[in-house]
Write a protein that binds this ligand. Structure first.
Ligand SMILES: Cc1ncc(COP(=O)(O)O)c(C=O)c1O
Length: 385
């Protein structure tokens, strides 16, 4: 199969990641932090090494501020529900994924107000619009948080993370980034970009296993827990400890996944995030230029591949996107995603709210030959062959 669904989860995984998972499960995997014996200590130590590897990739000063979660959705929920309180106002964009929109809609029922800043038709965001949305003033100055995706999962459009980070700092507002489509694809240095809170999946661009993700919260930010239970520390206290990271990782963690995620982060650390980004940009450029030449194919998002990640959204004139995706699968063995991509607002923004679109996502291991195959298949479908 030609796998072009890396926006949903990456495939294949680096061989080192697979080897590490086998090594952990067969070699020593005990319950970290729950006992002092060799196997439990070794598992805990390896998990700590994963925190360090990820902290290095995102320039996080204290690895203990990084909490492991089962995916990016859980990390986003932990942050939004743990930080926002009744009366707070939060700013987001119209290109957010449902994993940001839905928790915010739920929080609206608890007295939190929201503003979704409208992005342009190519998904790009004008930072001045964020400034306009900030509620200032003595009685109404309640904007507590700006939350924004690093890049759109529908069009790949990169968001102006650094500029919005500076706006947040200037206005004394917390800045949170949904790194689902950015982590492992572009530099998300938390200090350079003034990111206070970063949520990311381990299983997409970071090339780790499914069932992994993390939340980074800058030290000093008060976060309520989402799940209470055993943490391996302060066992005689009945109240949930608020210690980072243990207090936020109640229950037995996904040790093999987390340890293998650390290995994946080190694979990227070794290659260098800029090199990964440029490699994926070249693949995207080839794909985009090839598709542009096909009559009847409509592309969405920025034309300039420096302004986007490896996500190419298209429609084929006169053909339902789900049908085209099924043809790609059945006739050509090409895996893409079609439909609305858990992002209703993004489709309203780019004008595909009635049709949805086909999303083609090459990944780090995609070859140029595979890109050629995809272009050929789309051409044949568009020409009705
Ligand atoms: C922009 C964005 N945010 C959040 C998520 C949720 O990530 P996960 O599936 O790891 O929960 C996704 C998943 O596709 C995404 O694209």
């Amino acid at each position: 199969m030609i796998y072009m669904d890396n926006g949903a989860t990456s495939y294949p995984k680096p061989p080192e990641v697979i080897e590490k998972m086998i090594d952990v499960i067969t070699g020593y995997c005990a319950n970290p932090g729950r006992a002092g014996h060799y196997m439990a200590s070794k598992t805990a130590h390896e998990i700590y090494k994963s925190r360090i590897a990820l902290a290095r990739l995102f320039n996080i000063g204290d690895p203990r501020q990084l909490v492991f979660t089962k995916n990016c959705t859980e990390a986003i929920n932990l942050a939004l529900k743990g930080i926002l309180k009744e009366g707070d106002h939060v700013i987001a964009t119209s290109m957010e994924h449902n994993s940001v929109i839905r928790p915010l809609r739920e929080l609206e029922r608890k007295g939190i107000s929201t503003t979704f800043v409208k992005c342009a038709e190519d998904g790009s965001l004008e930072p001045a619009k964020v400034v306009e949305a900030i509620r200032t003033g003595r009685s109404t100055g309640n904007t507590k948080l700006i939350v924004m995706t690093a890049a759109s999962n529908v069009t790949g459009t990169k968001m102006p993370v650094e500029e919005v980070g500076r706006i947040a700092v200037r206005n004394g507002i917390l800045f949170m980034v949904d790194g689902a489509q950015g982590a492992g694809h572009m530099d998300l240095d938390v200090r350079k970009n003034h990111i206070d809170i970063l949520a990311a999946p381990g299983h997409k661009g970071l090339l780790g296993p499914q069932g992994t993700g993390f939340l980074y919260v800058r030290s000093g930010i008060d976060v309520d827990t989402l799940t209470e239970g055993g943490t391996g520390n302060r066992s005689c206290e009945e109240k949930q400890p608020r210690d980072f990271p243990e207090g936020y990782e109640a229950g037995t963690v996904n040790a093999p996944g987390i340890i293998a995620l650390g290995t994946a982060a080190n694979v990227i650390n070794k290659i260098g995030i800029e090199a990964v980004e440029e490699h994926e940009r070249r693949l995207t450029e080839k794909l985009q230029r090839g598709l542009e030449e096909i009559s009847g194919v409509c592309l969405y998002g920025p034309e300039n591949t420096y302004r986007k990640t490896a996500v190419v959204a298209i429609n084929i004139e006169g053909m339902d996107c789900e049908k085209a995706a099924a043809m790609l699968n059945d006739k050509y063995g090409i895996a893409v995603r079609a439909g609305f991509h858990c992002s209703c607002m993004a489709h309203r923004t780019i004008g595909t709210e009635e049709t949805g679109c086909i999303r083609i996502c090459p990944g780090f291991y995609t070859s140029e030959k595979e890109i050629d195959e995809v272009i050929r298949a789309v051409r044949e479908i568009a020409e009705g062959r």
